[in-house]
Design a protein around this ligand. Structure first.
Ligand code: ZN
Length: 354
């Protein structure tokens, strides 16, 4: 994204210089700004500055989160903000509100500091150098204030969506607060989308999709969380597990799949779980090659397992994150059951309608 931004900023430099002059009321000497490749060099500097601003914004979220005892695994920087990968805990409005506000307020502070510097540089002796600095910091000042405003839109996955939910959650149950916040987010997405199409603006359309998906994810995750509350893996798993051995021939595995209608089997050797084999593993080899092969040749060794006492929401999280359909349940070293996507859906349906 940085070269793209650098190019956009560089190619519109004459127009933006005029805009910054008008907005800040400070005359800008353009001799250095417009010379040679300087527009693109300045574009690169401003693009890097913008990303640095997004980085500081995310660090602000993370520091508040850490201070409130939430672990942050990683931070992904995106064009219009970042995503902090935090432990998925059920949000507590007392924690969520300051955490969500910290980022935008930091962007606002950066924006104000950059804008203030615009009025300091004109005192420099070299007007051409002063012009470059006024342009750069003026631009970054505007971008950071926009970042502040954009992130406070009351729509998931923007910070404003979390602020709205935290504010609502003080007055009503979390599930209702999430539903309302998600609906507001979807409404914003539709409005953005319509404007994007009318103005033929691809960026607005992308943002609309981004917000729509974010609203749905937030609502779905919370619904699952509430449905699966205090259900353990043991409650949902199937106890009688059909297993295969590493030495089971692949043609026999296919027969077993037809007989049992199971599409995946734990692989057990002398009572210990050593792997898992699924229909998609079988499909990795051609039907002719299968004749001479055994389960051990295609299985996934050391699969992810869960103890029976684990919360069922963990199974959902692992299946979604890893894109897998079944998790063996292991107590000590012994295989005691298996939990599948179907088991999860069954529990959710029971909980919803039962
Ligand atoms: Zn943020």
């Amino acid at each position: 994204m940085i070269p793209l931004f650098a190019w956009i900023i560089g190619s519109q430099i004459v127009l933006t210089t005029q805009l910054i002059t008008i907005l800040f009321g400070v005359p800008i000497d353009v001799t250095l700004i417009e010379a040679g490749f300087n527009p693109y060099i300045l574009g690169t500097v401003i693009a890097l500055g913008l990303f640095f601003g997004v980085f500081v914004h995310e660090v602000a979220h993370s520091l508040i989160a850490k201070a409130k005892g939430i672990k942050i695994h990683s931070i992904t920087l995106l064009i219009l903000g970042g995503v902090s990968q935090m432990e998925e805990v059920v949000p507590d409005p007392k924690v969520e509100l300051p955490m969500a506000l910290a980022g935008p307020l930091t962007s606002l502070a950066i924006g104000i500091i950059c804008s203030a510097l615009v009025y300091v540089f004109p005192t420099l002796p070299d007007p051409a150098v002063a012009g470059v600095l006024v342009f750069t910091f003026g631009y970054l000042g505007i971008l950071n204030v926009l970042l502040f405003a954009f992130n406070l839109l009351p729509a998931f996955p923007m910070d404003g969506g979390r602020v709205l939910r935290a504010w609502l959650a003080r007055r009503m149950p979390l599930s209702r607060a999430t539903k309302i916040a998600a609906d507001v987010g979807r409404a914003f997405a539709v409005i953005f989308g319509i404007f994007g199409f009318l103005m033929l603006n691809p960026i607005l359309i992308i943002i609309a999709f981004f917000i729509y998906i974010g609203a749905n994810q937030e609502a779905t995750f919370l619904r699952y969380y509430i449905l699966l509350q205090d259900v353990t893996v043991a409650d949902a798993m199937s106890n009688s597990v059909s297993t295969v051995e590493p030495t089971t021939p692949l043609p026999r595995l296919l027969e077993l799949m037809y007989e049992t209608k199971h599409l995946g089997f734990p692989v057990v050797e002398r009572g210990n779980l050593v792997g898992i084999v699924t229909l998609s593993d079988l499909h990795k080899v051609s039907p002719i090659d299968r004749e001479a092969m055994q389960v051990r040749d295609v299985m996934t060794p050391n699969p992810i397992t869960l103890p029976p006492s684990a919360p069922l929401i963990d199974a959902l999280r692992i299946m979604t994150a890893q894109g897998i359909g079944r998790i063996p349940v292991v107590e000590g070293d012994t295989l005691v059951g298996i939990v599948t996507r179907t088991d999860l859906l069954r529990v959710m349906e029971l909980r919803e309608k039962g």
